[in-house]
Design a protein around this ligand. Sequence first.
Ligand code: DCP
Ligand code: CA
Ligand code: CA
Length: 360
Amino acid sequence: MSEMNPNRKIIHIDMDAFFASVEQMDNPALREKPIAVGGAENRGVVAAASYEARKFGVRSAISGVLAKKYCPDLIFVKPRFERYNEISNKIRKIFNEYTDLVEPLSLDEAYLDVTVNKKGNPSATLLAQEIRLRILNEVGLTASAGISVNKFVAKIASDFNKPNGQKTVNPGEVIPFLEELPIRKFYGVGKVTTEKMYQLGIFTGLELKSKSLEFLEKHFGKSGNFYYNVVRGIHNSEVKSDRITKSVAAEHTFDINLSSEIFMMVQLENIATSLEKRLKKYNIAGKTVTLKIKYSNFTQQTRSKTLPYFISDKGLILESVKELLYQERMKDSVRLLGISLSNLNTEEKKTVVVQLKFAF
Ligand code: DCP
Ligand code: CA
Ligand code: CA
């Protein structure tokens, strides 16, 4: 059985009362008032409730009628999805300034893997603070964050100091955090499963941990294995970026300009080695090989070849590169060579589809 990996740094960010906060920001008359987005008609359902409305028990998924009963002064607001989308794109742009490993879960939340990040900041806690501050300054809304060693714990932690707060669960705290956690707070344990857990005498993480893998698999099927692992801090699911990579490239500028194709080929082998490494790391292959040539007179040329199949191996890349290199004579001595692969096997990857649970 594997063990908890303490080396990853994952942030989960979730906007506070998202739809409702956007409406309050855009319309000052709604600020500090109990509002509900959606649910206006007799049969409508509340999508989002402002924190002022939540004090009365108004929350998402209850009917508008019930909401009005709980809070007679409740103001119903029509949703404006285009606006939420626009803001969603803005926060994602901010996330991408910190890491390319951003996995949106819905319009208002995402996982960020900041183990290695573009700011070179080793503190995920400080990064989360900075990102939340930027969202506040640049978008005008508050967000909350959870920070830990995996997505599972980060997601649960982002709820702890909501709204406008964050919680870090350090590697050493993960196990006690999960042991003390009420079972209904385990992400992925819905209402039905919670009931089932209760019937089996499982109310906390510690009680979950006391059950064997066989026991959990017997009662929960495939999910049994998931529960068995997550309560031990084991959740290796990667942050899956939805950014579509169009090409992967490697290039090198030489100290001394090259004038012989033989020397160029030697350099191209090195470049292909680093390209292959990159491709293998992200498990990417492509069909189009492009050779980029920058001459000493600073003009540039590209030559491409498209294969009928995907490649990622250095040997196959070099075969095409060689062909491209000897395709025509060099116009001058060469100061830079680069190889890129495009037409990638990742391009079909669908962008995240926003799931709205309720129609209006
Ligand atoms: N939403 C929806 N239907 C639901 C739940 C949510 O349409 N059943 C929409 C409205 C929310 C947005 O998605 O504003 C984000 O959902 P969250 O669950 O993150 O809830 P909030 O952002 O509203 O509140 P919180 O501050 O608790 O995150
Ligand atoms: Ca939210
Ligand atoms: Ca959310």
